[in-house]
Design a protein around this ligand. Structure first.
Ligand code: 2PG
Length: 250
C-alpha cells in the first residue's frame, strides 16, 4: 500500500501514426480503431482493479486526451477533474516528425537511429518552422514564450520540462492521498519513470512503455516507488507490447 496516494500511468492507445510506423512527436494524430479498443481495455482494467482515479492529467495532444476520455468512460469515472499541460506532451521529434521509422533506420543505420530514438541526450536535428509537421503556428502553444517552444527534444529535455509539472501539480495531489491518473505518451512517461525509479541515463534506453496498459505506482512518503518499475495491471500483455515497441523500425 502507498503511504501517499496512488499514481497510475497510461500511455495512449495505438495512434494512426503508430500503426503506420511514423515518428509522431508533437503532431496531433488521432487514435486508430485498435487504439480506441486499447483505451477501453485500459479503463476496464482500472475498473476491475478498483483503482479509481480522483483526478486525471493529460497532455494537450488528441491521442492522450481521447485515451483518457475512453478509459474513464469504461471505468465509470468520466466525471473526475481533468488537467492538461503541454509539459506532458510526447517528446518533440524534430526533423524526424512525419518520417517512416523503417526507412529512417535503413537510411541512417542502426547506431544513429537508436541514438535519435533512445539515447538520453542526443536530439534529432531541429524541425524547420516551414515544415508541414511544424507546430510553430499552433494556437495551443501561443502563450508559451519562445525559449520554451521546442523544435526538437531529447529525453533529457523532456525530463527538464516535465518535472516542474510533476512537482507543482501532481505531487501535491498524491501527498493529499489522491489516486492520480496520468494519460500521456511513450517518451513523456519514460521521462517520469526514469525520475521515479532513478534509472541511469544509459539504462533508460532499454525501457519501453506499451500502449493502453495502466501502470500502477505505489509510493512511500518520500515519493519513491515501493515496487521499482511499478506494476502493470496486465503484466503479460505489457511485456509483449513493450517488446513490440522496442522493435519498431525493424
Ligand atoms: O513517434 C513517436 O512520437 C514515439 C512514440 O510513438 O515513437 P518512439 O517509440 O519511436 O520514440
Amino acid at each position: 500500500m502507498s503511504e501517499v496516494g496512488t499514481l497510475v500511468l497510461l500511455r495512449h492507445g495505438e495512434s494512426e501514426w503508430n500503426a503506420k510506423n511514423l515518428f509522431t512527436g508533437w503532431v496531433d494524430v488521432d487514435l486508430s480503431a485498435k487504439g480506441e479498443a486499447e483505451a477501453r481495455r485500459g479503463g476496464e482494467l482500472i475498473r476491475e482493479s478498483g483503482l479509481l482515479p480522483d483526478v486525471v492529467h493529460t497532455s494537450v495532444l488528441r491521442r492522450a486526451i481521447r485515451t483518457c476520455e475512453i478509459a474513464l468512460h469504461a471505468a465509470d469515472r468520466h466525471w473526475i477533474p481533468v488537467q492538461r499541460s503541454w509539459r506532458l506532451n510526447e517528446r518533440h521529434y524534430g526533423a524526424l516528425q512525419g518520417k517512416n521509422k523503417k526507412q529512417t533506420l535503413e537510411e541512417f543505420g542502426e547506431e544513429q537511429f537508436m541514438l535519435w530514438r533512445r539515447s538520453y541526450d542526443v536530439p534529432p536535428p531541429p524541425l524547420a518552422d516551414d515544415d508541414e509537421w511544424s507546430q510553430i503556428d499552433d494556437p495551443r502553444y501561443a502563450s508559451l514564450p519562445p525559449e520554451l517552444r521546442p523544435r526538437t527534444e531529447c529525453l533529457k529535455d523532456v525530463v527538464a520540462r516535465m518535472l516542474p509539472y510533476w512537482y507543482d501539480q501532481i505531487v501535491p495531489q498524491l501527498v493529499d492521498g489522491k489516486t492520480v491518473l496520468v494519460a500521456a505518451h511513450g517518451n513523456s512517461l519514460r521521462a517520469l519513470v526514469k525520475h521515479l525509479d532513478g534509472i541511469s541515463d544509459e539504462a533508460i534506453a532499454k525501457l519501453n512503455i506499451p500502449t493502453g496498459i495502466p501502470l500502477r505506482y505505489d509510493l512511500d512518503a518520500s515519493l519513491k516507488p515501493i515496487t521499482t518499475g511499478g506494476t502493470y495491471l496486465d503484466p503479460e500483455a505489457a511485456a509483449e507490447a513493450a517488446a513490440a515497441v522496442a522493435n519498431q523500425g525493424r
